[in-house]
Write a protein that binds this ligand. Structure first.
Ligand SMILES: [Zn+2]
Ligand SMILES: [Zn+2]
Length: 266
């Protein structure tokens, strides 16, 4: 099972300047399936750049209706369904992404929703595919219907907060995360409404105690402020394995599955 970051940037400034790439991330070979999560601008191009194929996707997941999370979803759906000719794959999204909610979304056309199996998830709702269960988690963000995603197969859990401010629900809903992926937009204690800063992330790591914590969706201020050093600070404060994502970063998730030793270095 592999995790690939098709970008480590997020937020409006990082996205429009492409100081960091914004293609979201892929989980490959999770119960035999390949998933693309939050395909923002560049997702298709970065997929090829980092040696993957969009034709091999089984699912596209979009957490909310901001462009840095959904802009390339339709072209990936076309790749997944071989140009909309095959009834293949699934699309999972928040209500805002799939149906639209007030002034948020919808982000996917009727045409692109007509071929894959479509699931709308509100926080707390799950879908199951084979051994894999995907649960939507609570956020506090500009899009009121935004969700995070929790992927569970056997006793292994990968959790993604998506964009959210710090709320107590995060610790509870992501508590069983072996690997925690969080959108961390600003350094230190620099809070932006509806987003995590590094100190919020450190608190969350303390509460959840994941085997691996990954900061991604880095905003401009964090990108300019040495993200590796920020990650190191969280690592030193929590004693947990913490890294800041970089564009194209690949992680072998099998190293973090229960009953296996974690890596000291990678
Ligand atoms: Zn975002
Ligand atoms: Zn957002």
């Amino acid at each position: 099972m592999k995790l690939t970051f098709l970008g480590s940037g997020g937020g409006r400034f990082a996205t429009r300047t492409q100081k960091r790439m914004t293609g979201g991330f892929r989980i490959d070979n999770i119960d035999g399936m390949n998933l693309h999560i939050d395909p923002g601008p560049g997702a298709l191009v970065r997929t090829y750049q980092f040696g993957l194929s969009p034709l091999k996707l089984n699912g596209v997941l979009v957490s909310h209706s901001h462009t840095d999370h959904y802009s390339d979803a339709e072209v990936l759906i076309e790749a997944m369904t071989r140009g909309m000719t095959r009834k293949k794959g699934f699309l999972i999204g928040s209500k805002s992404v799939i149906d639209g909610y007030k002034r948020w979304g919808p982000c996917i056309s009727q045409y692109h929703k007509s071929i894959p199996k479509v699931n709308v998830l509100d926080a707390g709702e799950s879908v199951k595919m084979g051994k894999l269960s995907i649960t939507a988690t609570t956020t506090k963000h500009g899009d009121p219907k935004a969700v995070g995603f929790k992927f569970k197969v056997d006793d292994f859990t990968i959790s993604y907060t998506s964009d959210t401010g710090y709320i107590p629900e995060l610790a509870k809903e992501h508590e069983d995360a072996d690997v925690l992926i969080a959108s961390v937009i600003r350094p230190g204690d620099d809070r932006l409404h509806g987003h995590l800063c590094t100190n919020d992330f450190a608190k969350l790591v303390e509460e959840i105690s994941p085997k691996l914590g990954i900061m991604t969706h880095l905003g401009m201020k964090l990108i300019m402020n040495n993200p590796d050093q920020e990650a190191e600070r969280v690592r030193n404060n929590t004693g947990k394995q913490i890294i800041a994502a970089y564009d194209g970063m690949k992680i072998d998730l099998d190293d973090f599955r229960p009953k296996q030793q974690t890596l000291d270095e990678f």
